[in-house]
Design a protein around this ligand. Sequence first.
Ligand code: AMP
Length: 480
Amino acid sequence: MNTISFVDLKLAPEILKALVESGYTIPTPVQAQAIPLVLEGCDLMAGAQTGTGKTAAFVLPMLQKLLPHASSSASPARHPVRALILVPTRELAIQVEESVKTYAKHCKLRSLVVFGGVDIKTQTPHLKTGVEILVATPGRLLDHIEMKSVQLNQVQILVLDEADRMLDMGFMPDLKRILALLPKQRQNLMFSATFSNEIKKLSAEFLTRPKLIEVARSNATAENVTQKVYLVEQADKHVLLAQLLRGSDASQVLVFTKTKLTAGRLAKQLQKEGVAADAIHGDKTQLERIKALEAFKQGTVTVLIGTDVAARGLDIDQLPMVINYEIPHAPEDYVHRIGRTGRAGASGKAISLVSPEEEKYLKEIEKLIKCEIEKETAIVPRHAVKFERAPRGEHQERSHAPKAGNSPSSRGLEKLTPPRGEHAERSHDPRPAAPKKSSHDPWFDKPYEPSSGATPDKQPEQPAGKPKKEVAAIFVRRPS
Ligand code: AMP
């Protein structure tokens, strides 16, 4: 049990005041460990999952170290960049800088965030007025360096946040270019959710005799997150998802898909079914993404659907549920995804919909997190899927189908496999057959058709808001 207080960590009154106003009472484990080391001037390699309070773990001691430079002077020369925080995505950049602003509320230190996808000219004047703390994505920072709108020769603290993700996203060359422009004499702090060999190599290259902090077991998933897998055919996933959302008490659900296309289509489909859903992905403008995120935070959007890259760095307090519509192929991404829920001690739920084709990836995930996730087989009832039923005897065996002798037919369950070769087609589709690019999920190849009143599980139009509780249409059976 961690009984240290923020006062024990010898933080300055200006910082303590902001923490009290934020409602923080005790430091999280990563804060309790990191703050004294950063204040001592050590380089740091911290293995901390999202949701552990890692942002404050580096921002609070950073503010304390920069306080002697605080100045109310208007002169840009009095406000050189002294701390540089590099992050992999725009959303994380925005959130980290929001945290900096919150914690620095009573300090006369300036901060700014710069990221790509918006007009660079809007950022330049702010940079030129001078800021002590700069939060940036690597690519956009390099653009500013080239335009000479920023100088980094007075940086004394460098933070690489979510370093593992930066490597995954191919930022290594950009990082090397940026680091070459910084003063040799500086303090380096590296945060990563996972401790891969690449991360160890990066830390050996950029950190000087770093202190190692690991607040959770390497590659472990947040302990307060309940994980569950539904084994389900890919083609049935959208029906299962809609049902899970309706049957859930969760006020906010973050859904992960593999592709932007799936994210966009799922969001549209759910909207048509009365669910307050929106998608956040790279094809949307930065403004649209910020709006969607804001609506999600405010609760007007209850289901946010995104890809790994887009959803990276989302910090929504108390996010109760994450659903993996498709499980990631890189097992580390699973750790990142489910780290979106169960933040700062709150409990969370992580549900994964796993098709037979994805089971190999599930095995990899279980190997990484060193635990077996509870599994159930989900059988989507006939009326919930608008596929043609296969003629008798033509069903393809599904790997997750119930075993003989345990038939759920008394509850109206049916095999749902469409006729062979007709996955994506509807018998009444009036459109001429066009050459089709088949998707991994045949449902997405079909034209949209609103649920008809005849479907027994059709929900009455719901006002945008909390998904309605209703689970009866999903029949789930544990494998024997
Ligand atoms: P992070 O891991 O930095 O993304 O933080 C996750 C969430 O925990 C954020 O919403 C923070 O506002 C919150 N948080 C961080 N430190 C504390 C603390 N000491 N007490 C309560 N909440 C905290």
